[in-house]
Design a protein around this ligand. Structure first.
Ligand code: PLP
Length: 372
């Protein structure tokens, strides 16, 4: 059977072949529990240390600021449990919206960019102990690929003395992240979005701020996240980060070429297609589209039958398609069940490592789209 063409890299990136090799080497090293005091335990500590160095090099921070968790979702929950008030945007991932339980949700404009005036209105009202208020804005939206003005968000939050978190799960590997330069207090990351296995994430926390853990036990991860470390996940996350940092082609030029080629084809063949966030600053790999008359579940099924693995902008964990809260928040409530996301490899290094997407595939995909 011919493998379907995978264009769902924002859902997950296949484990990179360089990462797979490093994982097999790691398994061959022996039984590793980093808490053991013997040879194998020391190996484990070394693997964790190297991975932290690699990841911190990719995002420019001190490796001691990293706390490994099982996912970005867990990292977000760990952080949010430390705050009474969380101010966040309407287009955040459910990991943020569900765990913040916030009723301080500010809107975005039609291009899917957060509205800073609204954010300021909210912050002005919160005059009490703002050190216990967390502003949380994602760097890159997972459905539209729209890049948010993180530096401006930090500036505003600091003006009102709040702390700031950024969900960077979809930014890592797609755009340059400089944690120290942004002035952020917290950042959360997900390994499987850059070619590590699933089951590994990280909270990056400016170490001047005391946090309380949510999982207690053996004191791993500086007491912030107990439980024997996921050595294979950590190894894989570190190797994927190293691959991106050290790649000579640390760009997205080829990814952008493919995405833009496809977008242009769609515009020619199906001019009725809505392109979400078209006028905004978007990452190079993401394209969120809708046909006004075609429901997303039907489009997905038909594309699947044609051997294209893409995603509804709004699939939930049960695999069912629900209304996209992102598309609704952008003012297109009538299209919130119609959106389909095409996501290419996050960058050229991963494209080279993993993918065989050709313009011929994209020609066929654009034709399928126009015949839905
Ligand atoms: N935040 C964003 C923007 C995401 O896209 C995702 C995953 O899709 C997450 C958070 C959650 O990441 P994880 O799968 O590591 O829990």
């Amino acid at each position: 059977m011919i493998k379907p063409t995978y264009l769902d890299y924002n859902a997950t990136v296949p484990i990179l072949k360089e990462v797979k090799k490093s994982l097999i080497d790691c398994m061959n090293e022996g039984p590793i529990n980093a808490s053991s005091v013997h040879y194998y335990g020391r190996k484990g500590k070394e693997i964790i240390d190297v991975a932290k160095t690699n990841i911190s090099n990719l995002i420019n921070t001190n490796k001691n600021n990293l706390i490994f968790t099982s996912s970005a979702t867990e990292a977000i929950n760990l952080l949010f449990n430390n705050f009474k008030t969380i101010v966040t945007s309407s287009i955040e991932h459910l990991a943020v919206l569900s765990s913040s339980k916030s009723d301080h949700i500010f809107p975005v404009n039609q291009n899917g960019v957060v509205d800073l005036n609204y954010l300021e209105t909210y912050l002005k009202k919160l005059t009490k102990n703002n050190k216990q208020t967390l502003v949380s804005v994602m760097w890159v939206n997972n459905e539209t690929g729209v890049i948010q003005p993180i530096k401006d968000v930090v500036k505003l939050a600091k003006k009102y003395d709040c702390l700031v978190h950024c969900d960077a799960a979809q930014a890592l590997g797609k755009i340059k992240i400089n944690f120290e330069d942004t002035g952020l207090d917290f950042l959360t990351l997900s390994g499987h979005k850059i070619g590590a296995p699933t089951g590994i994430g990280a909270l990056v926390a400016n170490n001047k701020i005391n946090l309380t853990p949510q999982i207690f036990g053996g004191g791993q991860e500086q007491g912030m996240r107990a439980g024997t470390e996921n050595i294979l996940g950590i190894k894989g996350f570190g190797e994927a980060a190293k691959l991106i940092t050290s790649s000579k082609t640390n760009t997205s030029t080829k990814v952008k070429f493919l995405r833009d080629y496809f977008e242009k084809k769609i515009k020619n063949l199906s001019p009725e297609t809505i392109i979400f966030g078209e006028k905004a600053n978007r990452v190079a790999n993401t394209l969120l589209l809708a046909l006004p008359k075609i429901p997303g579940d039907l489009a997905l099924m038909k594309l699947d039958l044609e051997s294209f693995s893409v995603s509804s902008g709004s699939a939930c964990s049960s695999g069912k398609i629900s209304k996209s809260h992102v598309v609704s928040a952008m003012g297109y409530d009538n299209l919130a069940l119609n959106s389909i996301r095409f996501s290419f490899p996050p960058n050229d290094a991963i494209l080279h490592s993993e993918s065989l997407i050709t313009t011929k595939d994209l020609d066929r995909l654009a034709h399928c789209w126009s015949n839905l």
